[in-house]
Write a protein that binds this ligand. Structure first.
Ligand code: NAD
Length: 309
């Protein structure tokens, strides 16, 4: 019987399956108590985390028994993967399991932002009825979606967008233009500058790594079409929040949805106060009832497999 320590929320039926075979500590608040977290991680054969537990430095050094780190989601920027591997640990992400949730968030926010819907909430509530100002909303059909990153989420987002009649182009630094994923999906591969210049909606789907940190700053936002919409569900460090706020205020950006931030949870952020047509969500694009079940079930399967193997 192995000791499995789960530091953030996981779907209960998946926890129960692990519990049936192993000694499980499930405490979704463990991530908030550094002293207990270190003590429990030291006794763990398996550590299961989401995105808040920082598996690096002192915590990693304390994980003397650990063989497997399960990540309830994708994006490994909170885990020192080389450090884990050097200590003989396997790092297992829930690849693809929350892709549909993120893709639906991208399409849903893009559609509402193109209509200016988030601009009018306060006005309508206050009885101002801004119908003339919002009567030039735009349809997504016939518009161009530019995807930066064409992995699991990028590819699923492309399919949903095509179903709505959008033309889709994608830039992915790791895929050659003749990669079969493009031909198979009918998505046009593009250079980053060409994509930025042509897209009506830009959505980011790359991991946060050295080469993507700061990828989308003031210069690239300025190069977007006037009135275009930006959606960031990838990671905060990839998009410059201040530049987004300024471009919304100046009217250059037509709208933006930000689900991820430089620092999470986002503290008071006066730069966003009063920004028009802005959706801010607390890192929930990939978290729905369905994806939580899929992600948790996949990680439980893989952990059980790793412990049996
Ligand atoms: P994925 O690994 O399937 O795809 C990532 C793609 O990015 C790959 O095709 C890769 O080739 C490409 N890429 C890597 N470096 C690049 C670069 N420098 N420039 C352009 N492309 C590059 O991952 P995914 O499942 O599609 O997820 C993408 C990211 O979305 C994750 O890393 C994570 O940070 C984020 N995410 C956020 C949420 C949320 O709730 N907000 C949920 C899931 C994932």
């Amino acid at each position: 019987m192995s000791r499995v320590v789960i530091t953030e929320f996981m779907d209960e039926p998946a926890v129960a399956r692990l519990r049936a075979a192993h000694d499980v500590l499930y405490d979704p608040k463990l991530v908030d108590d550094a002293v207990r977290l270190h003590a429990e991680a030291a006794s763990a054969d398996v550590l299961i985390v989401r995105n808040r537990t920082q598996v690096r430095g002192e915590l990693l050094a304390s994980m003397k028994r650990c063989r497997v780190v399960g990540r309830l989601g994708v994006g490994l920027d909170n885990i020192d993967v080389p450090g884990c591997e050097a200590r003989g640990m396997r790092v297992i992400p829930a690849a693809g399991a929350n892709a549909l949730s993120v893709a639906e968030y991208v399409i849903g926010t893009a559609m509402l932002l193109l209509r200016g819907a988030y601009q009018s909430t306060a006005d309508v509530a206050a009885g101002r009825w801004p119908r003339p100002a919002l009567s030039n909303g735009r349809e997504v059909g016939g518009r161009t979606l530019g995807l930066i990153g064409f992995g699991s989420i990028g590819q699923l987002t492309a399919r949903l967008a095509q179903g709505l009649g959008m033309r889709v182009m994608a830039y992915d630094a790791m895929l050659d233009a003749d990669h079969p994923a493009y031909a198979a999906s009918g998505v046009s591969p593009a250079g980053l500058d060409a994509l930025i210049a042509q897209a009506d909606v830009i959505s980011l789907h790359v991991p946060l790594v050295d080469s993507t940190r700061g990828l989308f700053g003031a210069g690239r936002i300025a190069a977007m079409k006037r009135g275009a919409v930006l959606v960031n569900t990838a990671r905060g460090g990839i998009v410059d929040e201040l530049a987004v706020a300024e471009a919304l205020r100046s009217g250059h950006l037509g709208g933006a949805a930000l689900d991820v931030f430089d620092a999470e949870p986002l503290a008071a952020a006066p730069h966003f106060t009063g920004c028009p047509n802005l959706v801010l969500t607390p890192h929930i694009a990939g978290v729905t009832a369905e994806s939580n079940e899929r992600v948790s079930s996949l990680i439980a399967d893989k952990v059980l497999e790793a412990l049996n193997g």
